[in-house]
Design a protein around this ligand. Structure first.
Ligand SMILES: Cc1ncc(COP(=O)(O)O)c(C=O)c1O
Length: 352
């Protein structure tokens, strides 16, 4: 299984400083210094004052909805993508408006529809880069168009970059992070959940960027909101420098497994197969297109009840039509292969 450096992780929490409560609304300086270093290793230079810690990326979204929107305002969210946006928005009294990503061998933002669904009371657009579950990166040309779109409509750009440490291969056309973009108001989100494979530690962060009065106002208000909650625990903040130093050891193992599961899966889907494996640029998931003999729900229930195999239906992620299953590539390889063999035989039986 993934070999977590357990002793080092546990020792990071044995810091006596954690017994003292000296909160900072942005997060402790030592924790934010570690985040500056995390970006520097990627060649991205962040101002330490632009970092705000949060108790997970999910919480970061709610902080940003509070910051940018009044009840009744709207936010643009990609589909297919992470299924929590609608609900995260709803609990803040905000409406989520979907904009589509389309697939033509790769995934792209449908700018035509995006421009048409944007309303007067829309305040921000979310991108997930790389996206879950499509595993697709935003491209440089798309970023240029997005920045112009945000300028035209006075929108903030929120970029969820939790899977950025898991590219499957290199491509210079990709946008790895928007953390340095300041032509418009931007927020890039990340956290320990994926960067160190430690979701239970509940630590995420926001990097804010922008220019002029709007940026200063947003910065001050975000500090006011985080000061209200002071939600990130001191022990995890004190542990962060060590945890981020250990992160590459964990990332390396996860990425190795994800790549090997994906390449094994690719070999199983022969040219004559009734299933199709969609290409993946990054992340922990793969999408399988399957024949629409029964509904996704019926198929996954058959797999669960008859074969003990768990997969997600495409509709969880708002894939536009039926006939898609999302499989997790982080499953231990022997279990993954058994599960896929069951899945493919079940589909074979259904199509005969
Ligand atoms: C795209 C994306 N963003 C955010 C999260 C949640 O991260 P956190 O555990 O930091 O709330 C997930 C979890 O799977 C995710 O897929």
């Amino acid at each position: 299984d993934i070999n977590y450096p357990e002793q080092e992780i546990l020792s990071a929490f044995a810091n006596p400083k954690a017994l003292c409560y000296k909160p900072d609304p942005k997060g402790l300086l030592s924790a934010r210094t570690a985040i500056v270093k995390y970006y520097k290793l990627k060649g991205i230079f962040i101002n330490i004052d632009n970092i705000f810690l949060s108790a997970s990326t999910s919480e970061a979204y709610t902080l940003l909805f509070k910051l940018l929107m009044e009840p009744g305002d709207s936010v643009l969210v990609p589909v297919p993508s992470y299924p929590l946006f609608e609900h995260l928005a709803q609990v803040e009294g905000v409406k989520s408006i979907s904009y589509p990503l389309y697939f033509d061998g790769g995934w792209h933002i449908d700018f035509y529809v995006l421009k048409n669904v944007c309303k007067k009371n829309t305040r921000a657009i979310i991108i997930v880069n790389p996206n879950n579950p499509t595993g697709s990166f935003l491209k440089q040309s798309e970023l240029t168009e997005l920045i112009q779109f945000c300028k035209n409509n006075q929108l903030a750009l929120i970029s969820d970059e939790v899977f950025c440490d898991y590219p499957h291969y290199d491509d210079t056309e990709r946008v790895n992070s928007i953390a340095q973009i300041n032509e418009i108001l931007t927020f890039s989100l990340n956290g320990l959940s994926k960067a160190a494979g430690l979701p239970q530690l509940k630590l995420g962060w926001i990097v804010i960027n922008g220019q002029g009065e709007l940026y200063h106002e947003a910065h001050n208000r975000l500090e006011f909101i985080t000061d209200l909650f002071l939600s990130v625990s001191s022990p995890v903040q004190h542990a962060l420098p060590t945890l981020l130093d250990l992160a590459p050891i964990i990332q390396e193992q996860i990425l190795k497994r994800v790549l090997s599961n994906y390449s094994w899966l690719k070999k199983q889907i022969k040219a004559e197969s009734v299933c199709r494996l969609l290409p993946v640029e990054a992340g922990w998931y793969a999408i399988l297109q399957v024949p629409k003999i029964i509904t996704e729900e019926e198929l996954l229930l058959e797999l669960l009840i008859k074969d003990n195999v768990i997969v997600h239906p495409g509709y969880f992620f708002d894939l536009q039509t039926e006939g898609y299953l999302v499989v997790s590539l982080i499953t231990r390889s022997d279990i993954f292969q058994t599960g896929i063999n069951y899945l493919l035989s079940r589909i074979d039986r259904l199509t005969q």
